[in-house]
Design a protein around this ligand. Structure first.
Ligand code: SAH
Length: 247
């Protein structure tokens, strides 16, 4: 059920999505005929009726990903980057994620890992996750209506990732779900959550604590010799804590 046919990018980096090639694409720079989009080749430079130039591409995974439905606050890409780098998730990995929310993290990881299982307690969110999985055409995610504070019936996982209000309440389940040496990651927006999570980890004999980090991404404006950080504020997202399961 993919509904992006082409991605168009202006020379300034503005993006437009063409959803239906039987229709013309209208932008604030004028329109491009659907028939012209249809016969265009990857990377072609097309012109609108007002002569604005746009490059045309076929959508890739990240173009679809940026268009998924979002309800719960999704984890930003900058933070997904650190999770992937610290845990080394790859095509052999089995990953458990809780809670699913909109399924953004689960879907991103499913594009890389062997298998993703995601737990969510709210039926309404489960519906959103399922529609996002279908939209992205992913075949290796299972969504389960489960409360990870109570149980995890999936075993031998390589990585467990928590994005929950009380991650410390999930430690017993994570301990059962992870294989020895497997990674536990917790993403929390506030400092007391980090303190309670890491203190609970240290008391619990099943894990060795590695580190807590925050990623700050600062986008820059590059316009001829006007090269400077963008003036819009740097928003806070969350802290990432990492641990490994011991025997
Ligand atoms: N990482 C997700 C966002 C998660 S939002 C994304 O990128 O899209 C947090 C979700 O956790 C909410 O949807 C909430 O309903 C769910 N949740 C809260 N407690 C839970 C629990 N004990 N077990 C499973 N899911 C839970």
């Amino acid at each position: 059920m993919k509904n992006i046919e082409r991605v168009l990018i202006t020379k300034e980096g503005r993006k437009f999505y063409a959803k239906d090639l039987s229709e013309d694409l209208h932008t604030q720079y004028g329109f491009i005929k659907g028939s012209e989009l249809k016969k265009s080749k990857e990377g072609d430079l097309l012109k609108t009726n007002t002569n604005k130039e746009l490059f045309v591409f076929s959508p890739s995974f990240i173009d679809f990903y940026r268009r998924i439905k979002r309800d719960a606050q999704i984890i930003p890409l900058k933070d997904i980057g650190l999770i992937m780098a610290e845990t080394g998730i790859n095509k052999e990995s089995r990953v458990l994620d809780a809670g699913s929310g909109s399924g953004a993290l689960a879907c991103f990881i499913a594009g890389i890992a062997k298998e993703v299982i995601t737990y969510e307690i709210r039926e309404d969110f489960i519906e959103i996750v399922k529609s996002n999985i279908e939209f992205l055409g992913l075949k290796n995610i299972k969504v389960k209506n489960k409360n990870i504070y109570e149980e995890a019936d999936d075993k031998n996982m390589d990585v467990v990732i928590l994005d929950l209000p009380e991650p410390w309440s999930a430690l017993e389940s994570c301990s059962k779900a992870l294989k020895p040496g497997g990674f536990l990651v917790s993403y929390s927006p506030s400092v007391p959550q980090v303190a309670d999570f890491v203190n609970a980890l240290r008391k619990n004999g099943s894990f060795v604590y590695l580190k807590t980090s925050e990623i700050t991404e600062r986008e820059w404006e590059v316009e001829d010799r006007k090269v400077r950080p963008k003036s819009k504020g740097i928003g806070h997202s969350g802290f990432l804590s990492f641990a490994r399961k011991v025997q």
